[in-house]
Design a protein around this ligand. Structure first.
Ligand SMILES: Nc1nc(=O)c2c([nH]1)NC[C@@H]1CN(c3ccc(C(=O)N[C@@H](CCC(=O)O)C(=O)O)cc3)CN21
Ligand SMILES: CC(C)C(=O)C(=O)O
Ligand SMILES: [Mg+2]
Length: 264
């Protein structure tokens, strides 16, 4: 089976084939998700919450992401592997290059950064130097203290327009993939249609090119607050591999996310 690359995802977008992504933090889950056909695996800084038990993602370090990226890399044969750049590890362009080096050398195929306008120079430099970039906008959890909570973004016209402009600017700067989190479905649809690069949604409605969820939510073992846009697939299947297949199938046939997982 040929490896998933950004070109594969671009082809899926052009063909209107919905693809799936899951977070993974270790080799065993990564291997299971990969062999069931999940296209993209993310070593997310959500690990600060679901693995380490913190209230947000801010305590996560580059070392943490590098360690889990090395673990996940050993479990993958097909999926594209993305690693999150942690909070404050890409505050300057120079720092971004150092952090991205560590995560690419740990086995990532691509790095993901949260932010809009201020990130453009870093996105351009990373891409020019051989590091594929996935940008992440909308609800960017590393800014939770600026937002005053994990709140839906882009609900008013001005913010919706700003987020759409950020998406276009990030693509122009060289980003090859975009994650949009917790925004109204109509805005997510507009962004997905406006961009050539594939767009992955989480809490962004059914019209993005791909869907991503945190694995612990899919398997119903997240503690504390579980986002409304996520879905426990273990409940209906009773088996981890079957849960992953159900997620893939429901994304492919458009039944996930449903209205109950969507913000307007
Ligand atoms: N288990 C887990 N799942 C995730 O999806 C996730 C994490 N952890 N950790 C990192 C970020 C944080 N995320 C979150 C966490 C909470 C909400 C949340 O409470 N959302 C409210 C929306 C409130 C509003 O209407 O503004 C919701 O009802 O889902 C959203 C995203 C997404 N990511
Ligand atoms: C929720 C996804 C998009 C993420 O950034 C993470 O898991 O850290
Ligand atoms: Mg993240």
């Amino acid at each position: 089976m040929s490896k998933v690359t950004t070109s594969t995802l671009m082809k899926f977008k052009q063909e209107g084939k919905k693809f799936t992504a899951l977070t993974a933090y270790d080799a065993s889950f990564a291997a299971a998700f990969d062999s069931e056909g999940v296209d993209v695996l993310l070593v997310g800084d959500s690990l600060g919450m679901v693995l380490q038990g913190h209230e947000d993602t801010l305590p996560v370090t580059v070392q943490d992401i590098a360690y889990h990226t090395r673990c996940v890399r050993r479990g993958i044969s097909r999926a594209l592997l993305i690693a999150d750049l942690p909070f404050m590890s890409y505050a300057t362009v120079e720092q971004t290059m150092t952090t991205a080096t560590a995560l690419m050398q740990a086995g990532a195929n691509m790095v993901k950064l949260e932010g809009g306008e201020w990130l453009l120079e870093s996105v351009k430099k990373l891409t020019e130097r051989g590091v594929p970039v996935c940008a992440h906008i909308g609800l960017t959890p590393q800014s939770v203290h600026v937002f005053g909570g994990f709140k839906v973004q882009g609900r008013d016209a001005d913010n919706a327009q700003r987020i759409l402009n950020e998406a276009k600017a990030l693509e122009a700067a060289g980003a090859q993939l975009l994650v949009i989190e917790c925004i109204p479905a109509s805005l997510a649809k507009a962004i997905t249609e406006a961009l050539t690069i594939p767009v992955i949604g989480i809490g962004a409605g059914k019209d993005t090119d791909g869907q991503i969820l945190v694995m612990h939510d899919v398997l119903g073992i997240s503690s504390g607050y579980i986002p409304r846009f996520s879905k426990n697939y273990l409940k209906q299947t009773g088996e981890i591999r079957a849960a992953v297949r159900a997620f893939i199938d429901e994304v492919a046939d458009g039944s996930f996310p449903g209205p109950e997982h969507t913000f307007n």
